[in-house]
Write a protein that binds this ligand. Sequence first.
Ligand code: PXL
Length: 258
Amino acid sequence: MTIAGSDSSAGAGIQADLKTFSHFHVHGLTAVTCIVAEVPGRVQSIQAIDVGVVRDQIKLGFETYPVRAVKTGLLYSAGIIAAVCDELERLPRASRPALVVDPVMIASSGDALLQPLAVKAYEERLLPLASLVTPNLDEAGALTGRKLASLADLRAAGGELAARFGVPFLVKGGHLRGKTAVDVLFGSGEPTEFTAPFLQRACTHGTGCTYSAAIAAQLALGQDLSSAIGEAKLFITRAIRESLNWLQPRPVSALKQW
Ligand code: PXL
């Protein structure tokens, strides 16, 4: 199940999540939290879904399907975060699905996507419930309260956040724009690094959504955390490599191979 916003350009949000779930042959349920009118680089408007309707989507999904994994994306407000936590906490602890929290705060365009009070709700209720939290550099910076600018900063922040919330953190280093894109998992035991070539692409909108959805799909299929992240990292790297560049459409002859 993805609990996230709708991105009208369909590169991020629930659209990205569902496409990713299909790729891994898992059935995706959706609980839509808000509707974002946007294209990469420009957020035009956001409308939140009524909290009661968000709650009903989650509740019906849990009542009807054997949900193995949940990922959260853009949750928009403290009220929606509280509803998500209520519905997860209502389930008996032993039968709770794996929970991947992608703490979406800012669009790649720089637009704020989350109401300021919502960060507190994340910290107090949602993060402690997670099986994995997947902040990028800016989100890890917002959670630690300082600007992170290097791999050393990222490692320090990841260790600190995992200890503070008592759950595994995968801190993603793609925004450092180094030669390699390094993500570091802080869970039980020594930190583990997941590395791939850094690919310079015009548009990486939705990368975080796709990555966390791939991790959730792998967890739903029964993989352990480290294998799930390894598979998802391969998938997201390929997705970035093959991403659509609509400014330079491929010639029809190049499309024939499909
Ligand atoms: O990529 C972050 C993100 C997540 N979810 C929704 C979005 C965006 C980015 O714009 O629109 C719905």
